[in-house]
Write a protein that binds this ligand. Sequence first.
Ligand code: SF4
Ligand code: SF4
Length: 422
Amino acid sequence: MPEHNTLLAELGLDVPLHDELSQATERSFQRTIGSQQNRPKAMAYFDGVLHGAHGGRIAELVEARKAGRKVVGTFCVYVPEEVVMAVDAIPIALCGGSQFTVPFAEKTFPRDICPLVKSTLGMAFSKTCPYGPILDMMVGETTCDVKKKTWEILADPTFHVMEVPQKKEAIDIELWRRSVREFRDKTEEITGRKVEPGKLAASIKVMNAKRRALQRLGELRRSDPPPISGLDAVAVMQGALNDEPVRFTEHLNILNSELEQRVAAGISPFAKSAKRVMMSGCPSVMGNWKVHHLVESSGAAIVADETCTGSRYFENLVDETATDLDGQLSALADRYLKVNCSCFTPNFERLDAVKRMAGESAVDGVVQYVLQYCHTYNVEAMRVEGALKGIGKPSLKIVTDYSEEDTGQLRTRIEAFVEQLG
Ligand code: SF4
Ligand code: SF4
């Protein structure tokens, strides 16, 4: 019996079904991340984070709750984690990346919504999500339509929805700043603790340190040849959304030091001739390794991710100069509004970011990763393709879900794309 099954049973999970989910995830892990050669030694820690997401990390959170701390579940990188941490609560990303739970959502929800939302809901409906029973609050946001409408169905007094604007003009900035303040009020209400400037300054420092370490990883990936695969880099990012932030940063700094040595010694998981590719588009949350694996097993090296499990999570630090609460909350709001989600209109900032990153990482081409039924990234793909064409970079749009059904067809398209690069 797996080590944490007693705990999962106590939390009310369907343990046999959870075992099946774990086995499916493990098979997927072994087929993708686990099948790679010449991985950095420090990746062992991040493999452990992925494996512990439904075990050791849950035990840790249960202990923290016994000690009086609250746990806050989030679905988007727009939620300012610093505010949660300032009231000594723990933010946890809840998005699911596994096909296994999708059919459970499809029993009640429409089939034609994005797999990320279906996988997340399916976890809850099938009683295989260990986070549900230990959450004191969930935070949704008004980004895309499927999420907005899903929150209405899940609504309960502990479910808070942040108003994310659709544009970035003065009135929208004001709205978003108010939304961040409301979120502060809600976290205070749930925890019974006050967001004090000293505590908020400390949590801003913790998150900025984490962002700096992720930025360093991003820079190291630009080396030629890259010292780490894109699949491993995305595994690190998936861990970033789940792990305790100070510990995560410590281990990422260890990985970064190893990568510096690998760069100096010219060690890479890829042949020198491997084509350099950037991923751009939808996030690849934990459990979702399909397209990264397909790209890299087709002879390309992924050297950058313009996604929410990539640069959007860590670029732009929070300004640390404000010392009063009002100034700190505004600084936080301003940093988070720079996340270029495709839900914004217009979204020129994302086009600029795609072009800048493609240049900085000297990529030969870009794979646009679009989850099925994600209309905003799908439609915006035309503009991204146009922007990239303008700087002479070819791109390929992949629209897919979490199932394995299309892997043969995707492999053919990706291999043909990689072949024509450079
Ligand atoms: S893609 Fe948009 S909605 Fe999804 S996590 Fe990123 S910012 Fe949030
Ligand atoms: S991937 Fe697209 S459709 Fe799915 S939750 Fe994110 S923004 Fe919405």
